[in-house]
Design a protein around this ligand. Structure first.
Ligand code: BGC
Length: 382
């Protein structure tokens, strides 16, 4: 197989709440405490040495809003300095930076004032984003406003499984709309003050596939699912995106208007079906938007590291196919650099290229991590 495009970004991703530790004032802190997580807050330098060792030339991470704004209308200078040191440390190593501003968590004061349900309150996120851009503009190559807007809104406001645990379709729709409005506002404000800044979103796309191509209702269902889950946010924000970030994990086969459990598919430790070819189809779908694309997340829970190597290989194979078909994919960030706090599932699922021993926070690169490192080095599949 030929090389990936020149200057392709090879990296991995994390998010603050999942790795940093000691985040005590977010809406997750009380209901799903992550404790010391991976102690990344203190160990980031050690972890960036690992990035170098793994030949990664880019890294995606998030800034924890509740650290920067412990209270409304104030900014914590010490934490601002902390993240400056983190970003500088990546830059000194020549590693490109992608920074997510909202990765599921919110400061408690923000949630208490209705969070994303209120547009007026959501404007607080714009203030935060402006401050971050002002502080770190030269240190950040790519900004991601929101990670997985559809998942955030669905789990927290419709399904009720994540804070603030609402099960209300009207609330859900309101949050979706506010996220869109706020994304656009952040885009406009940041572009006004920082020409050349690059802003996108990390959008989760599923590959929806009919069991039977000829069954009208399944095809209709898939059209709707594609529109509502995959496209809606992007259609509404496409004039306010410099790139699209794609998070790809799921494939859904639909039979008689229901999800069909595909027993032919291999499963990860979380029982998620693995479907590498699906990424090809979702990338073709994204081609329509005519924007550069970065795969901002893709990975699996695999404690024994038995499937990860093949997983990476097969997904990259299909990404390359999409590139050869003219899709402008410019980078791949594996989820995740290291094992971490997998939200309501806790620490058991292991998504890392690097294994964490939670008893002493030591790190150990998994064989699949070395395999991926060879790809990063050669800029091609091996
Ligand atoms: C999220 C990550 C999460 C990963 C695996 C993505 O949906 O952005 O925070 O850990 O999936 O579940």
């Amino acid at each position: 197989m030929s090389n990936f495009p020149e200057k392709f970004l090879w990296g991995s991703a994390t998010s603050a709440y999942q790795v940093e530790g000691n985040i005590n004032n977010s809406d997750w802190s009380k209901c799903f405490p992550a404790g010391k997580a991976c102690d990344f807050y203190n160990k980031y330098q050690e972890d960036f040495v690992l990035l170098e060792k793994l030949n990664q030339n880019a890294h995606r991470l998030s800034i924890e809003w509740s650290r920067i704004q412990l209270q409304e209308n104030t900014f914590n200078e010490q934490e601002i300095d902390h993240y400056r040191n983190v970003l500088q440390s990546l830059k000194q190593k020549g590693i490109k930076t992608m920074v997510t501003l909202h990765h599921y968590t919110n400061p408690l004061w923000f949630t208490r004032k209705k969070g994303w349900l209120s547009y007026r309150n959501s404007l607080k996120f714009v203030d935060f984003a402006q401050k971050m851009a002002q502080e770190y503009h030269g240190l950040v190559d790519f900004w991601v406003t929101v990670n997985e807007p559809s998942t955030y809104a669905a789990k927290a406001f419709l399904e009720g499984s994540r804070p603030p645990f609402k099960k209300n379709i009207i609330s859900f729709v309101r949050v979706v709309k506010n996220q869109i409005k706020i994304h656009k506002k952040v885009y406009q404000e940041l572009h006004k003050n920082h020409p050349g800044i690059k802003i996108g979103v990390a959008k989760e796309l599923n590959f929806f596939e009919p069991f039977n191509e000829k069954y009208f209702w399944d095809k209709l269902f898939i059209k709707l699912a594609n529109y509502l889950w995959n496209d809606y946010f992007l259609i509404k924000t496409k004039k306010h995106l410099d790139f699209i970030g794609l998070n790809y994990y799921f494939h859904n086969k639909i039979k008689f208007l229901r999800r069909y459990k595909d027993n032919t598919k291999e499963k990860s430790d979380l029982n998620w079906e693995i479907s590498p070819q699906g990424i090809y189809y979702v990338l073709l779908r994204l081609k329509e938007y005519n924007l550069p694309i970065y795969v901002t997340e893709n990975g699996l829970a695999d404690k024994q590291d038995k499937q990860r190597k093949e997983f990476i290989k097969n997904h990259l194979f299909w990404i390359k196919k999409a590139i050869d078909k003219g899709v402008d994919v410019r980078g791949y960030f594996h989820w995740s650099l290291m094992d971490n706090f997998e939200w309501e599932q806790g620490f058991e699922p292991r998504f890392g290229l690097v294994e964490i021993d939670y008893s002493d926070f030591s790190r150990k690169i998994r064989p699949s991590g070395y395999y991926y490192a060879d790809i990063c080095k050669n800029n091609k599949l091996i």
